[in-house]
Write a protein that binds this ligand. Structure first.
Ligand code: SF4
Length: 408
């Protein structure tokens, strides 16, 4: 169980960020904000993928006008992303956005920063101070010898001081960098320095899979330490991928309740009786659209599958041309291999409609016996060491012994 660091709470529209609010998921649209219908359709797709807050760029007047039409029709709160022109922040607030993101690296005049903060204060809106290692204030960067954790935090703290001068405190902060180690250190330092909610992200992480790995390393490490109140995966991909990744990470860490399917699959080995990757992909495609909040396991063999995945709500294990359907580790039905995925979908629907106990109570009385026979049969054919590990270990020892003999 992760113990989260205590932060103050701010409100982004209907979504609370910080305090005891669940860690929220954010993403950003890639459409032109002036394209109202295109942007709204992306926002709806993001919301359906589990995104709690969506950011849209507000880079010109047309974008601000687009926001005026987008915000009232959006299913989730909208944050306007502002760079360089503080007047666009004022325009975005006029358009009705729920929060702003300001980059202290490119809006630097104190009177401009304070004008925006004053307006946000009067309207009851939140602002994210979005420091970015790549666009750090040159003066701060020079003083610290580059974009160090201390430089990133100083930039955030200086912006915060301007906000406080006008009594504005509804602030979230991010100190993003594309370098994962730098980003982690910067957020650790920031979390010791302020009690504002933190928005986590590895900026410019790139396309998947590298972008996913980098973001997960950075965001996941901090979340596991209790740091972070809202997250964004910055991927060079469809933003829906960002929302899915964020959701998956939070569910994996136990920071959000599972909303959809959690499909697990064995990595496959010498015992596998089916192409586990193909069956897992088919099962994922069939089950995902049902949006069923259960854990489903696809296992390559009946020898170890039901036991290894006994914690799963439901699973299928292959053996001798058959699929062994199991619920909480107990085999409930045996079906022809070609019907494995259909049987899995049907059982998943029954679990959701009637519950696990009902499906277990209705199990085929012969299923466990048939599975046990298939297990015995496979063990006889494959032996207890289907992966030939003992043979490999013997060879490794032989090579090592030969090396010792040669060195002597
Ligand atoms: S023993 Fe069976 S369930 Fe485990 S990895 Fe191998 S094939 Fe999969």
């Amino acid at each position: 169980m992760i113990e989260r660091r205590k932060t103050r709470q701010v409100q982004v529209g209907k979504v609370a960020v910080g305090g005891d609010a669940p860690v929220s998921i954010q993403s950003m649209t890639t459409t032109k904000t002036a394209d109202v219908d295109g942007t709204l359709s992306q926002i709806y797709a993001l919301a359906a993928a589990g995104c709690d807050i969506v950011r849209c760029t507000c880079n010109d007047e047309e974008a601000a006008e687009g926001l005026a039409q987008i915000v009232p029709r959006s299913p989730v709160p909208i944050v306007a992303d502002i760079h360089f022109q503080y007047r666009l922040a004022l325009a975005a607030m006029e358009a009705g956005v729920h929060a702003l993101r300001l980059n202290p690296g490119n809006i630097r005049k104190p009177q401009h920063i304070k004008a925006v903060a004053t307006e946000a204060r009067d309207r009851g809106l939140a602002i994210r101070i979005g420091v970015n290692a790549g666009s750090l204030d040159p003066g701060i960067a020079e003083r610290h010898g580059g974009a160090t954790p201390e430089a990133l935090v100083e930039s955030a703290v200086r912006e915060l001081a301007y906000f406080r001068e006008v009594d504005f405190d509804d602030v979230k902060i991010s100190v993003k960098a594309s370098n994962v180690a730098l980003m982690i250190d910067a957020y650790r330092l920031l979390s010791e320095t302020v009690d504002h909610p933190l928005h986590l992200g590895v900026t410019e992480a790139g396309p998947p899979p590298a972008g996913l790995v980098k973001s997960t390393a950075g965001i996941g490490t901090l979340l596991a330490e209790g740091i972070g109140d809202t997250i964004r995966f910055s991927l060079t991909a469809d933003p829906v991928e960002e929302a899915r990744a964020g959701r998956t990470l939070l569910e994996a860490l136990g920071l959000r309740e599972r909303k959809g399917l959690d499909l697990i699959a064995c990595p496959s080995c010498g015992r596998a009786e089916v192409d586990v990757i193909a069956v897992a992909s088919a099962a994922q495609a069939a089950l995902e659209s049902l949006n069923i909040p259960i854990q489903v396991a696809v296992m390559g063999c009946v020898v170890n599958g039901p036991g290894e995945a006994r914690e799963a709500d439901l699973g299928i294990a292959a053996g001798r041309g058959k699929g062994h359907l199991f619920v909480k580790g107990q085999v409930v039905r045996v079906v022809p291999e070609a019907e494995m995925v259909d049987a899995l979908v049907e059982a998943a629907q029954r679990i959701v409609a009637e519950g696990i106990d009902a499906v277990l109570a209705d199990r085929d009385v012969d299923a466990e016996r048939i599975a046990a026979e298939a297990r015995d049969e496979l063990l006889q054919i494959q032996g207890t060491d289907a992966n030939h590990s003992a043979e490999k270990i013997a060879k490794i020892r032989q090579v090592a012994d030969e090396q010792v003999a040669e060195d002597a």
